[in-house]
Write a protein of this length. Structure first.
Lengths: 217, 476
């Protein structure tokens, strides 16, 4: 008997029944489509989503600035780097590679990183107001390495992509149909942290030491 | 690992006398309980979410075969491979075989309790691989050659001085010879050392907080980002997960996520929640070429058939141990196996047997705090009582205790003799105690008086006698 059959037989023995019939399985599959799971979504504080998002992000030591358009991102990045005493260079996700980086005086390495870059810039797919979380999808234009290897992670988020709860984002992915889930979906809530030494919170354990969001109106 | 639960009493006494450990435990206990209470107070829906979580878990467990089959089909559709391990031995063999086939040398690991349970590290090291734990706490205890003492903060028992010594001994080979004393510099040094390991690793092994049947996705949560570097940089990603980790949909996982971080660390949301589905796709600049999931049974299926099915709802948050007075006094190592505290006192006897671990369910005051804070409402005190009952039925446990219980049973079945006995006992003890009203020693009960504890003496009347007298006085 294969490992699979052994384990499934042991489970059915524990449950005191044989394999489920086709009708029972079809009923379970309908639930799996979340058509009747109706999740309980916590009520959010009053106010615009951007405000709720900012409160969540700042609670976890993230920071945010609001800018008017995507074209202003390179200038805002240059200002942020200068203001924090960082060199004007960064690994930039291909999804943002077409912006005028050199015009703003930023040396942009378009693509992923192997750890040599102090700053990484990526584009969020969604922002979740509930906890100030960013949802990042992996893909050719959005290398996952940018989310974790640089010391400073700068993320561009469109205000239109703000959703109240994670579930809104999942609904959109489900509508895309089979194979909609990319290899990696990162839900990021603040910079990396650890409390493993004497429960003392320290930012920048293995991932970024700082997380800044540029929200595009 | 080899269980040491049989030596629970000796290990507890040693823990109580270990001053360094007591300092560390005290710090942990206050920190966790306060943070959790604050986080829970900030979410009015918390209790309603707990009910949802119980319903999700119960539904999934009732149809576990179905959801695991659907999960495995979805993993395979996304290009991953599912391996089924009936036992710990199967799990170890499967993981070693995957690493051999990948021609791996170095393996990084994210924290995985099921990995600890089946002993993945030992098997890999025996097979000649270099294995590096990347969660800071797990890394520290790996350097110390110790098992975790807590399921969320594995090195909670270590002080910064002990950690500084470990780093000093072990980091010289990387040219890092300065003795450190502050937490930030220690975290930075570990970051620097482990960076090299992530980039050099051939295989990354992580656990899973949830498996999603609909999409074939494994979910891990970490605050450090170590899990992400472990699963996205190496060529091969292996997920080890217990079969009870599966949930039907990503919405179900989201409901459980709202409970997990608040219960574990008092955060609203863990920093990194990562959903991995299959290997890297065409055109992806990073991600593993191979994605394997090892589904581990190792005794879980047999828990489906009795009262212990409720234990399979456990999401490994650690709230029960953070609120347990016994864990708070002795720490995790005294329990002698992978899972400590209340959840460990249920799981350990089921895994390694009551003969080895019979002391664990007895080391509980039945104060019920663990059940009150459990996000998935596992009736831990009831399960511990069931184990005590089982121990008695199996004729295990200490003989004097068994004789005492047998005598008690006989007396309670004969109420007249029982009452007479208590009347005589109350009077005699009151006389013996004299005017002091307290005992400072007593034959056959030396344990009670250890450490200067005394025992208040009865006043001379039994409760029943006082009750009757008062009823009479009130003219009823």
């Amino acid at each position: 008997m294969s490992g699979r059959e052994t384990v499934l037989a042991a489970i059915r023995k524990g449950l005191g029944r044989g394999p489920l019939g086709d009708a029972a399985r079809a009923a379970l599959d309908r639930r799996q489509g979340a058509t009747d799971s109706d999740p309980l979504l916590p009520e959010l504080p009053q106010g615009p989503l951007a405000q709720v998002f900012r409160a969540g992000l700042e609670k976890v030591a993230g920071t945010m600035s609001e800018i008017a358009s995507l074209d202003e991102v390179p200038g805002a990045v240059a200002g942020y780097l200068a203001g924090n005493g960082l060199a004007p260079e960064a690994a930039v996700a291909p999804s943002l590679g077409a912006l005028d980086w050199s015009g703003a005086g930023v040396v942009a390495q378009v693509g992923g990183t192997r750890g040599g870059d102090l700053t990484g810039i990526s584009l969020a797919w969604r922002g979740v107001a509930e906890n100030g979380s960013l949802v990042m999808l992996s893909g050719p234009d959005n290398p996952t390495s940018l989310n974790f290897l640089p010391d400073h992670h700068l993320v561009v988020l469109r205000a239109d992509d703000l959703v109240p709860h994670m579930e809104s984002a999942w609904g959109t992915l489900r509508e895309r149909g089979e194979g909609a889930w990319p290899r990696t979906v990162n839900v990021i809530t603040g910079p990396s942290r650890t409390a493993d030494i004497e429960l003392t919170i320290q930012l920048g354990a293995h991932g970024p030491r700082s997380l800044h969001v540029f929200l595009i109106e | 690992m080899q269980p040491l639960s049989h030596a629970f009493k000796e290990r507890s006494v040693a823990a109580l006398q270990d001053e360094t450990l007591q300092v560390a435990l005290h710090r942990a206990k206050d920190g966790f309980a306060v943070k959790r209470a604050k986080a829970v107070a900030g979410l009015p829906e918390f209790d309603a979410l707990r009910d949802r979580a119980v319903a999700i878990k119960n539904h999934t467990l009732e149809h576990l075969d179905h959801y695991l089959e659907r999960y495995a089909e979805a993993v395979e559709r996304s290009g991953g491979t599912v391996h089924w391990a009936a036992s710990a031995e199967d799990a170890r063999r499967i993981v070693v075989d995957i690493c051999r086939a990948a021609d791996a040398k170095m393996i990084t690991k994210g924290k995985s309790m099921v990995g600890e349970e089946v002993g993945v590290n030992g098997a890999l090291e025996e097979a000649g691989f270099e294995v590096v734990e990347t969660d800071l706490g797990e890394y520290i205890i790996q350097l110390a050659h110790e098992p975790p003492s807590h399921i969320i903060v594995p090195a909670v028992h270590k002080t910064r001085g002990q950690i500084a010594d470990l780093f000093h001994e072990n980091h010289a080979k990387y040219g890092l010879t300065r003795k450190l004393s502050e937490v930030p510099e220690m975290v930075n040094e570990a970051r620097q050392v482990l960076r090299g390991k992530y980039l050099a690793a051939d295989v990354g092994i992580t656990g899973a907080n949830f498996l999603i049947a609909e999409t074939g996705t494994s979910v891990i949560v970490t605050n450090e980002g170590n899990g992400d570097l472990t699963c996205s940089l190496p060529r091969v990603h292996i997920v080890t997960a217990g079969i009870e980790k599966v949930v039907p949909t990503v919405e179900d996982a989201s409901t459980l996520l709202r409970l997990l971080a608040r219960s574990a660390t008092g955060q609203d949301m863990t920093t990194y929640t990562t959903f991995s589905t299959g290997p890297k796709r065409a055109g992806d600049p990073d991600g593993p070429e191979e994605y394997h999931v090892v589904l581990v049974d190792n005794g879980r299926s047999s828990m489906l058939g009795d009262a212990f099915r409720e234990m399979l709802r456990c999401i490994r948050c650690g709230a029960c141990m953070n609120h347990c007075p016994v864990y708070g006094a002795i720490g995790g190592h005294a329990y002698g196996w992978v899972y400590p505290g209340p959840m460990g006192s249920v799981l350990t006897p089921l895994s390694v047997g009551l003969k080895e671990a019979g002391n664990l369910p007895n080391a509980c005051t039945l104060n019920g705090h663990c059940a009150e804070v459990c996000p998935v409402r596992i009736p831990l005190p009831d399960l511990l009582r069931t184990l005590r009952h089982r121990e008695y039925q199996l004729r295990l446990g200490l003989k004097p205790l068994r004789w005492g219980l047998a005598a008690w049973v006989w007396f309670t079945a004969h109420p007249r003799i029982y009452r007479l006995g208590t009347r005589v006992q109350a009077r005699v003890l009151a006389l013996l105690a004299g005017r002091k009203g307290r005992f400072t020693r007593m034959p056959l009960a030396g344990g009670w008086f250890r450490g200067g504890r005394d025992l208040p003496a009865p006043q001379g009347e039994t409760f029943m006698a006082v009750w009757k007298r008062r009823q009479k006085e009130q003219g009823r």
